[in-house]
Design a binder for this molecule. Sequence first.
Ligand code: MG
Ligand code: MG
Length: 249
Amino acid sequence: MIVLKNTDQLAYMREAGKITGEALSLAGEAVRPGISTYELDTMIRKCIEKHGAKPSFLGYGGFPGSACISINDQVIHGIPSKKAILKDGDIVKIDVGAFYRGYHGDSARTFPVGEVSPEAMRLIEVTKESFYRGIAQIGEGARIGDIGNAIDSYVRENGYNVVRKYIGHGVGRELHEDPEVPNFGTAGRGPRLAAGMVIAIEPMVNVGTHEVKELSDGWTVVTADGKLSAHYEHTVAVTSNGAVLLTEV
Ligand code: MG
Ligand code: MG
């Protein structure tokens, strides 16, 4: 069931979103060779808690970190660790959720570590742009399939592949709500967008195959071929004036 949010609820979600975005930006600014993903995770937790909010992911299904931090071929759900030290040329995906006054925010970005290859930089940029192609579809009469179709088409044009096993989702009182928001699909199909819907749109883009596998830690998802993957996500409100990014700082 898709839960629509009224104006007051959207204002609360904007607060949760701002905290999410601030924690993510703070961690992004700290990305550098030599820092561990544990240190980034600690910064994120402290920033969220400073605002009186809670990290949405901490304890979610037993997840041990406050953020998911995934390096290079790790797609999503990387577990922060003192042993995971960023090095020059890596790309790192940081995915943050904050729960505040009953609502969640959910946002992710991919950051270059030091000097990265032109291919890695291009992947990061194509992934980000694919998100904007997706939200450009949001408007009167649009459907969920329009978003995924726009994302997937743009990614394919650039020679990459969207992950199909993991997708976007509704956000609200629950971190994951209806509807499902795939990063692929058929234009004109799927649930119709309506003002008050809040969805996390989150393309995960692989240089190689779309196929992924889960590591034996029970969390970390990696590309099946070991090639790079990037991720970009905002929590987006559908309004009568189009898309509003709730997790933008
Ligand atoms: Mg996320
Ligand atoms: Mg999400």
